[in-house]
Design a protein around this ligand. Structure first.
Ligand code: HEC
Length: 247
């Protein structure tokens, strides 16, 4: 009799626990069906700016949304970059994620990548201590991405202005749009932007911000080129506001 009661109790507890889990996921599927109320459930809110764009707010764009999270939280040196490939897992591109991270398209709970980020045991969780776990929003984003079929979608208009690093984003902007002139033996204007220290010096004296924003009193940069996009400028602004870390 006593035993039966305990079993009954256990059953209730288990169903409550599962109820909880499924609630959480209903949120994800609501967003997938396009009925989102904009509460951050579709993974496109919170630091991702897609105002006035052609991007579908119900879709997760791997290239602009998921990859930056993986690059800045998992693909560091010593972890899941190509050189370190801990446990054989490389999280630096769509191709490597799909071939090494055990993604089961449409089934987040059977996907190793999702399982390890929601792991409650901090010793098993990814990213491991002393790193912080991913935010609820980032976890939801990855859930939605897998659930929607783990596709390699891209939408250039999307821009992640809060979840990025110097190494993953700012450095690329500078190397793509500035270094052609600002590196080598005789960098133009005497300004070498090929190293973090070189960039930081121009952040600190205010010339970098002034020039890329085409403010009065500065030489507009990139010289003779198109002004950086609003997204790139927002990223640079947020990075500078954060103290221009070398992360
Ligand atoms: C086509 C070559 C070229 C490119 C591309 C370029 N620069 Fe310059 N930059 C120059 C030259 C030349 C100067 C010296 C001032 C001048 O001639 O306008 C200069 C000057 C500067 C200055 C000093 C401006 C001032 O008013 O003090 C900064 C800061 C700077 N560049 C940053 C950048 C950044 C950041 C990028 C990329 C977003 C960039 N530059 C892209 C050629 C370039």
């Amino acid at each position: 009799m006593f035993n039966i009661k305990i079993q009954f109790l256990a059953l209730i507890i288990i169903s409550i626990a599962f109820g909880f889990l499924s609630c959480k996921h209903d949120v994800g599927s609501v967003a997938d069906n396009g009925n989102t109320t904009g509460g951050g459930t579709n993974g496109n809110t919170g630091g991702t700016n897609n105002g006035g764009s052609n991007c579908d707010t119900n879709k997760v764009y791997f290239q602009q949304q998921v990859l930056p999270v993986l690059l800045s939280n998992c693909a560091m040196s010593g972890c899941h970059d190509a050189a370190s490939h801990k446990e054989g897992v490389i999280l630096t591109s769509y191709q490597s994620v799909m071939t090494t991270a055990d993604i089961r398209s449409g089934r987040p709970f059977d996907s190793e990548l999702y399982e390890v980020i929601i792991e409650t045991d901090p010793r098993k969780r990814m990213p491991p201590l002393p790193n912080n776990p991913l935010s609820a929003q980032q976890i939801q984003l990855i859930y939605n991405w897998i659930q929607q079929g783990a596709q390699d979608l891209t939408c250039q208009d999307l821009c992640n202005v809060s979840n990025f690093t110097y190494g993953g984003t700012i450095k690329n902007i500078i190397s793509n749009k500035c270094q052609g002139c600002h590196s080598g033996g005789t960098p133009q204007g005497g300004i070498d932007l090929s190293t973090y220290n070189g960039v930081k010096a121009k952040v600190d004296d205010g010339r970098l911000w002034g020039s890329v924003n085409h403010l009065a009193g500065f030489s507009p940069m990139p010289k003779n080129g198109a002004k950086l996009s609003t997204c790139e400028l927002d990223q640079i602004k947020n990075w500078i506001t954060a103290g221009a870390p070398n992360n």
